[in-house]
Ligand binder design. Structure first.
Ligand SMILES: C[S@@+](CC[C@H](N)C(=O)[O-])C[C@H]1O[C@@H](n2cnc3c(N)ncnc32)[C@H](O)[C@@H]1O
Length: 227
């Protein structure tokens, strides 16, 4: 599978995967599974079929979304935006070229397992990629947007504003790591946190969003109620 996939091209095309690749999913870490109970509650009610994911890494969250949607959806679309350069917190410890290859490997298997899925790999920074989707006419196109890319507040703030444009009224935006902090909260540098950015979005868009109150808030889930 080419690693420099043209923007927004489906990856469920015949590929040239080497035959000596492992035939099982490969994951080197798990930053996702603890969120599944809350996300499944949202999916069981919302039943999204068009998802935008900001930050795919090795595809663990992507795979879960495909698996969950396949329980009810005839056709599934999932758009994966990632620079595959890593965020600040990844740059030292991860070889992001390997991470991208693992994503390719996992998605190659996932498309075979869930063939009703069309998967779009959008390699690049989230802001220009999300703007490209808007230019393509995808305003209000998505049922669910999963924001798990950069954790720097200015990046998250624009991710949130663009996600608001891309999700439909009634759809949900999920912000991973809303309560994450690399330092204790009284020493935290707000520039490096998700929460201040998400709070700015939610406070500014007060008339247009509703925070789901009934779920744990390590992630924050926001329903778009107006354009
Ligand atoms: C925490 S990982 C995503 C984990 C994944 N959602 C999961 O649960 O398995 C964050 C990803 O966001 C990507 N990323 C960081 N900043 C980004 C940016 N500004 N634009 C696009 N992707 C970015 C990184 O390359 C990394 O792969």
């Amino acid at each position: 599978m080419p690693t420099n996939q043209p923007t927004n091209q489906p990856t469920n095309q015949p590929t040239n995967q080497p035959t000596n690749q492992p035939t099982e999913y490969v994951f080197q870490t798990d930053w996702f599974s603890h969120n599944i109970p809350s996300l499944d509650i949202i999916f069981n009610q919302l039943k999204p079929t068009r998802i935008l994911e900001i930050g795919s890494f090795e595809g663990r969250s992507t795979l879960h979304f495909m698996e969950k949607m396949s329980e009810y959806a005839e056709t599934i679309e999932i758009y994966c935006i990632d620079s595959w350069e890593g965020g600040l917190e990844h740059k030292e410890n991860w070889n992001m070229d390997t991470v991208e290859q693992v994503f390719e490997h996992n998605m190659h298997l996932a498309i075979q397992q869930f063939p009703r899925t069309t998967l779009f790999k959008c390699k690049g920074y989230s802001h220009p990629k999300m703007m490209e989707l808007l230019v393509e006419g995808k305003k209000g196109y998505f049922d669910f947007v999963y924001v798990d890319g950069s954790h720097e507040a200015p990046d998250v703030l624009l991710d949130a504003l663009l996600a608001h444009q891309l999700v439909r009224v009634g759809g949900v935006i999920a912000f991973d790591d809303y309560l994450w902090s690399p330092k204790s909260w009284n020493e935290a540098d707000h520039y490096l946190l998700v929460k201040p950015a998400v709070d700015s979005y939610v406070n500014t868009y007060q008339r247009k969003v509703s925070v789901i109150q009934s779920l744990p808030t390590y992630q924050l889930y926001v329903v778009k109620i107006a354009e």
